[in-house]
Ligand binder design. Structure first.
Ligand code: PMP
Length: 360
């Protein structure tokens, strides 16, 4: 049995992969693959409509929000958001809570007059922490506030939605569908698919209807234009039909598993087990303040980084895959999205406990 702790592309639910394998060459009795029929075929269109409805049910998306299935993954939205939601002379507010926020900030700076960074992660006695919203330097009239509720590389999370007077835009790439959220608190939510939804290169956008194209920049690339994609039901050009199909299957699996509430409970238990192991040891270390710890991505360092390679080799030999930290930060990182069963977290903690005894 392998447990894959990759940050993304990440572990997908085994029943979904098995179903996809079974029907790869014969989808819905057509005798051909889902990748081989037109995206405009009524059977395919019905599948996309069901996928949207399932996502709406899972996230309780209000009727005044449009759901888009788009190309370009998470980073595609780093440029789509400012182009669609802000005029070139606008100011936009961004929280810098880690590496992905910084990439989003750099991209937004290409399209708007000013990107105002409202706050950055600080080192506190309790560890790395995101400043309180009351201490953020918000601008007078930003087009929106962008933040990343779960920083995948840094393992830093903001567990409350900022209460501000402008539309809140959230990069939920590594947290979408992992816990219940109140969509009405957001102007726009986006997520690259390769963690909790399906294959990479695909993205989900949930946008409040009044924000679509009121401010859209003239030259926004048409494939990335929310107004066009909304009017064309995300089929302005040929969508990634296989990714959409797989996402639809993941949504069905999620519903059968008890939805996002059940996932939140599972994710909470997995993360608590791993943090407990880290906190009870002087061999492992996580440097994020408890209030800002991610439940999805748990970075940790070994006391002696000379042991990193041994740790990774022995973990892999036990079927614990992809625990190497991001190349920017080093150390280890365990990503535990919805598809990671509790047994995976348990197997990791058992291994870490044994490893510590052997090498400390
Ligand atoms: N945002 C976050 C929070 C991410 O974790 C990632 C990818 N790991 C991205 C954006 C970029 O996604 P993509 O590679 O699909 O462009």
């Amino acid at each position: 049995m392998k447990f894959n702790f990759s940050a993304g592309p990440a572990m997908l639910p085994a029943p979904v992969l098995k179903k996809a394998q079974k029907e790869l060459c014969d989808w819905q009795g057509l005798g051909i693959s889902v990748m081989e029929i037109s995206h405009r075929d009524p059977i395919y269109v019905r599948m996309t409509e069901e996928a949207e409805q399932d996502l709406r049910d899972l996230m309780s998306i209000p009727d005044n929000y449009t759901v888009l299935f788009m190309h370009g993954g998470g980073r595609g939205q780093f440029s789509a958001v400012p182009q669609n939601l802000a005029k070139p002379d606008a100011t936009v507010d961004y929280l810098d809570s880690g590496i992905w926020s910084q990439f989003a900030i750099r991209e937004a700076a290409k399209y708007v007059q000013q990107v105002n960074v409202v706050a950055k992660v600080t080192e506190t006695a309790a560890g790395k922490a995101i400043p309180q919203v009351s201490d953020w330097q918000l601008s007078e009239n930003a087009a929106y506030l962008h933040y990343c509720p779960n920083e995948t590389v840094d393992g830093i999370a903001l567990h409350t939605v900022p209460d501000v007077s402008v539309p809140v835009v959230a990069d939920m790439s590594s947290i979408i569908l992992a816990e219940p959220i109140d969509v009405s608190q957001f102007g726009l939510i986006y997520a690259g698919a390769q963690k909790n939804i399906g294959p990479s290169g695909f993205a989900v956008v949930i946008v409040r209807n009044d924000l679509i194209a009121e401010t859209c920049q003239d030259k926004v690339c048409t494939v990335m234009n929310y107004k066009v994609q909304a009017a064309d039901k995300s089929m302005y050009n040929t969508p990634n039909t296989f990714a959409w199909y797989l996402a639809a299957e993941v949504f069905k699996w999620l519903k059968a598993e008890g939805g996002v509430e059940a996932m939140a409970d599972l994710n909470q238990r997995k993360a608590a087990l791993l943090y407990e192991c880290i906190d009870n040891s002087s061999f492992y270390r996580n440097t994020v303040a408890i209030a800002n710890r991610s439940r999805m991505n748990v970075p940790f360092q070994l006391r002696d980084d000379a042991l990193d390679a041994v740790f990774l080799r022995e973990a892999e030999a036990e079927g614990l895959m992809s625990l190497k930290g991001h190349r920017f930060v080093g150390g280890m990182r365990a990503s535990m999205y919805n598809a990671m069963p509790f047994a995976g977290a348990q197997a990791l903690v058992d291994f870490m406990t044994r490893f510590e005894k052997q090498y400390s």
